[in-house]
Design a protein around this ligand. Sequence first.
Ligand SMILES: [Zn+2]
Length: 190
Amino acid sequence: MNLEKYELKGELIPIVTYPDTLLSQVAKDVTEFNKDLQHLVKNMLFTMYQAPGIGLAAPQVGHGIRLFVLDVDFDREEVTTSSGKEEFRFSGFNPKVFINPVITGANGTITYEEGCLSVPGVYEEVKRHQTIHIKYQDLKGNFHEMEADDMLSICIQHENDHLNGIVFIERLSNLKKNFYKKKMLKEKVR
Ligand SMILES: [Zn+2]
């Protein structure tokens, strides 16, 4: 799978929502870099773009493994087709996949209003590191490292939290956290 030539193709995978127990488990290392993994990544990217979201971690789609995808660069535009139908047109894809990521360094702080596909409708400011250094593997199992800042850094930290069973609202004050937990539970019962 060549991420540089990404096309918007795949199958939608259902996204689990907070406070599902899948979201509070620590994910396991990826050990097999095979076709199944490529297939999962392709469908995760498709699901992320359709949602739309800028990041999606494997536990959010029911896989307890250390993997997430993201794209902080793409554009989504609502267009009307010649037949008068409204649809979304995507461009500027820059998909990235991080497997078995480890944040090995962090600097500065940055606050940004975050949202999460597993916590629909909730947007809250979260404090993160401005710059991070990360080591990770690609789809072939090759090792890489990179420096990320601002939006990319925030997104990586948010997605990496999912691999450790942490949803962004758990980084809020106890008052807000409990408020959202109750709210989400009530919506589930309905
Ligand atoms: Zn999330």
